[in-house]
Design a protein around this ligand. Structure first.
Ligand code: DGJ
Length: 756
């Protein structure tokens, strides 16, 4: 069955809407929304919160059809013994457990009697004209928004649950979370605590999610929504590259530019689960939660558990519009505000040019190369601290190696800065090597379940950040490095997943809490550091994209998306990540060729252009590599520096992505310049023209294609499009423009708004 959708108005932000964002009728219909979406639910006669509508803006949302479903069904349970009131056939806001609804519940609890039966009924509500902070968790920032807090209670259990819904005037995002308080007299064991439950009505849906592995993150998978349950999760203690905390439920057949899409993402960096379940009566329930089978939380009387925040986006304009909503929101409400429109420095990173074979004189000679080739910052990536000549040693000992860096890191930073460069440093502060002073002093600081032997990965253990004193130590050791005041950039790495999760500092009944307590410890460190050093660019990295998520982005404006530095390997990674992330939060460098991950040889242009639309752009090449291609590298680094202001705050668009051709557009935020990159993976003969139909161009303006001097009207660029790949890079003897010959070819087109 097709979902019947009116047109959604704006494609850029939510556009103006006047009046309240949340209204409540006397008979308790809650209507939330702005000019791009409405979200409606009500309280039933039994006090159950019934979901009524989520989709494009309704003229009178609180008049949304009430869908009364009290009809006889065979073998159905009557909730509260009310005739034909069967919760299994009703869309619910936050279902309880064990009472006539057989779909998965968002809440799983056990009290001292062993009972897990929960009936959640409306108790009260209030509306606040801001967004409350979510205790110690990262969450989207407020501003011109309203929050509805609906309190549900379970009398027998003594549970009180606040459901929080924040609607922004200018964003197509609904933020939700839940606060669960034990108002009873005995302990409660929380085994699942959903951030949100989204019940979508009967329809034919498809699912889209992101999955992958090391150096192969953000693969897009799309499938028909089956009957039963599909679920993605991480139990690795990091959001992980295996599954991403994002799921889109799509109207069947929806595409890049058409159809309804319901996108869900979690603002959290640890274990998670997002499931979609098509129940007996055809509706689909999406549950977003931090809980995995390992999770359990002891809630003592009077205590509250705050779930992470789930974000929801509705688009009636396919994936492209969904991405627009995510991009604007991530940039404005998640990323640290100081970096929102801040051009990022170009950089030379030492990793793929030197690995662990690095010392002070190499750094200084790389700094000279960096200066000559026109980059802004030198980054020492790994290998700089005491004894760190392989990955088997020294994590935890964050002082410069005395032999190889005799001047010390602060002085070295000073020397690099004297050359007119910024200075950046790699750290991995959550980790500890067995061969380290820190381990010798505190072997018990390793994250490990009581009685288990911790496993190593990349020769290292994880520090137990669920313990306050260890989180404090991590803060202090990074603070000691940064306090020299000469470090402009930090690459914060995390190179292994968790295993044997537990902590000897907690009693047996709290071992299921450790993975989440670790995240709370980490977030507290990141909050303190980003507050103390607001001007440092923190770049989040976890062997590439193993913890690339909205939680980390709340503290760090940039993230290293993948260790796949080969441009062809990186194209699908950027394409997939762009479903939710603006490229403002990403970085990329020109790696050596042949590539160190997959051995592919590619041109400098293709290596640069694959990452040209990322905010952070640079090189990871040694002095010989730089000398060999100096002019071309210098051309691109100058281009990257000159265009740096354009690549923050603009709009990224996926024009097309096929097995062999990729085309992306990036519009500078005022619309004055539009950049298009095109990649042809394998060359061929007599190929048909591809057309890049550009997006959201001013139809009445004229644009100059700066590479050829030709002029085009905006409407033609959008409707007729740019023929590819015959623009522009090379002027042949016959006077025609061709793409460079051979495999892995690429070109850049720049359209400049023509001013008469
Ligand atoms: C893994 C990262 O993803 C790489 O970019 C690099 O920083 C290494 N760690 C350094 O050990």
């Amino acid at each position: 069955m097709k979902l019947n959708l009116p047109n959604q108005r704006s494609s850029r932000g939510a556009g103006p809407s006047i009046g309240p964002l949340i209204t409540v009728t006397e008979d308790r219909v809650f209507a939330l929304g702005n000019s791009v979406f409405s979200y409606v639910f009500r309280v039933s006669a039994e006090g159950v919160l019934e979901h009524l509508y989520y989709g494009a803006t309704l003229g009178a949302a609180s008049d949304a059809p009430r869908h009364d479903r009290r009809v006889f069904q065979h073998v159905a349970i009557n909730f509260d013994n009310q005739p034909n009131y069967n919760l299994n056939n009703i869309c619910l806001e936050y279902p309880g457990a064990g009472r006539s609804d057989y779909r998965q519940s968002g809440l799983k609890v056990r009290n001292a009697t062993g009972s897990g039966i929960v009936s959640l009924r409306y108790h009260s509500h209030r509306i606040v004209s801001e967004k409350p902070d979510l205790d110690d968790l990262p969450s989207s920032r407020g501003g011109d928004c309203e929050t509805l807090i609906v309190t549900l209670v379970d009398e027998e259990f003594g549970l009180e649950i606040d459901l929080l819904y924040t609607v922004y005037r200018d964003y197509g995002v609904l933020a939700r979370s839940a606060r669960i308080t034990n108002k009873g007299v005995g302990d409660v064991r929380l085994q699942d605590a959903a951030s949100s439950v989204l019940d979508c009505p009967v329809g034919d849906y498809e699912l889209l999610h992101l999955h992958g592995t090391w150096a192969c993150e953000f693969n897009t998978e799309r499938m028909r929504m089956p009957s039963g349950r599909f679920s993605i999760n991480s139990t690795r203690g990091a959001s992980s590259f295996a599954h991403h905390p994002f799921l889109a439920l799509m109207e069947e057949g929806a595409g890049e530019t058409h159809g309804a899409v319901f996108g869900t993402a979690l603002v959290y960096s640890g274990n998670f689960k997002i499931s979609a379940e098509k129940g007996e009566f055809g509706g689909v329930r999406v549950i977003t939660s931090l809980s995995t089978p390992e999770f359990e939380w002891r809630l003592n009387p009077g205590e509250t558990f705050q779930t992470p925040e789930a974000l929801h986006v509705f688009s009636s304009g396919g994936l492209r519009r969904m991405s627009r909503f995510w991009h604007e929101f991530v940039r404005d409400k998640i990323s640290p505000p100081a970096f929102r429109l801040k051009p990022r420095p170009t950089y030379l990173n030492s990793w793929e040019s030197a690995y662990f074979d690095i010392d002070e004189s190499k750094v200084l000679s790389l700094a000279d190369c960096a200066k000559q080739v026109g980059v802004d910052m030198l980054v020492v990536d790994d290998g700089w601290f005491e004894g760190r000549t392989t990955n088997a040693t020294s994590l935890g000992d964050w002082t410069g190696d005395k032999k190889r860096f005799p001047s010390g890191i602060p002085a070295l930073a000073g020397l690099v800065r004297e050359k007119g460069l910024k200075f950046g440093l790699w750290i991995e502060p959550e980790m500890i090597s067995e061969a380290s002073e820190l381990y010798r002093a505190h072997p018990d600081w390793v994250l490990c379940a009581p009685g288990s032997t911790p496993s190593k990965a990349r020769n290292q253990f994880i520090l137990d950040l669920s313990r306050q004193e260890i989180a404090d130590h991590v803060f202090n050791s990074v603070d000691a490095l940064l306090s020299c005041g000469r470090i402009d950039y930090i690459k914060w790495d995390m190179n292994r997943p968790m295993s044997e999760v537990g902590s000897s500092a907690f009693p047996p009944e709290q071992q299921g809490e450790i993975a989440h307590r670790y995240m709370l410890g980490l977030y507290s460190v990141l909050r303190r550091l980003s507050d103390a050093y607001p001007d440092i660019i923190f770049e989040n990295c976890a062997s590439g994209g193993n913890r690339f998520d909205l939680g980390m982005l709340r503290y760090m404006p940039q993230a290293w998306i993948s260790d796949m530095a080969d441009p062809i390997g990186r194209l699908p990674i950027i394409n997939g990540a762009s479903l939710i992330y603006p490229l403002d939060v990403t970085s990329a460098y020109v790696p050596p060729s042949p590539n160190h991950q997959n051995g592919r040889a590619t041109s400098i242009a293709t290596r640069f252009l694959a990452g040209a639309f990322c905010a952070g752009r640079g090189l990871s090449l040694n002095a010989d590599d730089i000398a060999a291609d100096f002019d071309e590298l210098s051309h691109w680094m100058t281009w990257a520096r000159d265009t740096a202001p354009d690549f923050v705050g603009g709009e990224f668009t996926r024009i097309f992505f096929t097995d062999n051709e990729v085309c992306w557009q990036y519009s500078e935020r005022s619309g004055a310049r539009i950049y298009v990159v095109y990649f042809q993976i394998l060359s061929g003969v007599n190929k048909p023209f591809a057309r890049a139909r550009l997006a959201d161009v001013d139809p009445d303006s004229v644009y100059t294609l700066t590479e050829t001097g030709e002029r085009f009207r905006g409407d033609a660029l959008m409707l007729s499009g740019v023929p590819l790949p015959y623009f522009p890079n090379r002027l042949d003897d016959d006077g025609l423009l061709y793409l460079e010959h051979g495999d892995f070819a690429s070109c850049l087109l720049t359209f400049e708004k023509y001013k008469k």
